[in-house]
Design a protein around this ligand. Sequence first.
Ligand code: CTP
Length: 428
Amino acid sequence: MGTDILQLLAEEGQGANMKIALGVSGGIAAYKAAEIVRQLQERGARVQVIMTAAAQEFVRPLTFAALSGEKVITSMFSAGAEQPNLDSAVEHISVAQSLDALLVAPATADTIAKFAQGIANDFLSTLYLATKAPVIIAPAMNVNMWEHPATQANLDILRRRGVHIVEPGSGYLACGMVGAGRLAEPEQIVAATLEQLGMAQDLAGQTVLVTAGPTHEPIDPVRYLGNRSSGKMGYALAEAALRRAAKVILVSGPTALQPPAAAETIFVETAQQMRTAVLDRWERCDVIIMAAAVADFHVKSISPEKIKRNGAIELQLEPNADILADLGSLRHAAGKRTPVLIGFAAETQSLLENARDKLTRKLVDAIVVNDVSRPGIGFNSERNEVTIVTAGDAILVPEASKLDVAQRILDAALRIRQPHPAAAIFAD
Ligand code: CTP
């Protein structure tokens, strides 16, 4: 196998996004896989398309390469490689095991038979044997082929092995016959795949706005006041919400991070710009999570010229408006319970007390407290440990990746949005 393909697969372990390998096997329905690529990307996934030789008779790899933004794998050994490298061929098997999921759509009778019997004579069938990721198969074929005992027996073998089958629909088939064998709808296939990945669809139809990163407050044309926020927690929240099917608006201060492609990202620099971006959009949001480390002050008069080093200077600072507190007041004045408002707090002592104080002062639903005195978590780290403080609760989220912590914060947002029915009985 060519190193270019290895490279594509090797990147998977490093990427923040989940990676789904989409195997396309030969059938009229192959073109429908294009829509599946699009929908998976909308949910924040990177999609590596693998086409069997037969699939390439129906759709050209270029279509999938353009859609997925990734090189399409079309054979075991990349074209032009005169001396396939055995080490590489072995290496790809270990890399294949780090995929998040293998989806095959459409899956032909031939591909299903190969998987069931353990035949590994092309890239897709080899990958199936090599990967330990969940496997999802969406069959599509002529009704007689579908109903044939050989196909059904092969499917039974796969089901027993834990492969998830997205059953085909019934209707007019490309061959002119009527019956079962039509590829399930792309929405169904995508939903089944995400479900296998343990990704809840519970934010479908909801808009989640996240602020992230620091703000920079200019001093002169080349200098600014800033802080150490990396933006990682906010970007993880955006990613996590996308995975749960939310529409995501990410309002980001300056960071070195790549925003998730499926999020609507608004880049801002100053606290004032962040405030405008948030206040322009807050009313159409269901959940707002302010993970940004907004600068508390801005420079009163920004020098239009670069300040020369002629001894000491004095900067007069003015406080910035508190965006979260403004949102809390606006929501309160509108007499609404939406959007759910969640803020962050960086504390070194009296964590719960300070968080509860912020909660009531800013009229918000929850404060996520970071203990910034603890090394190895928080600012610029990949991991975090937080306590989610609400009016009646304080939930400790033990140290975990920022993406996992983000999921727990979204769980809390959903609980606030849709309180358990029993809770209403005790509410004021
Ligand atoms: N926040 C904001 N606008 C500001 C300042 C903060 O929206 N001008 C938001 C932050 O995004 C965060 C929360 O408010 O969600 C942080 O509140 P803050 O009172 O600044 O708390 P700390 O940063 O912990 O600072 P301190 O308690 O020391 O004031």
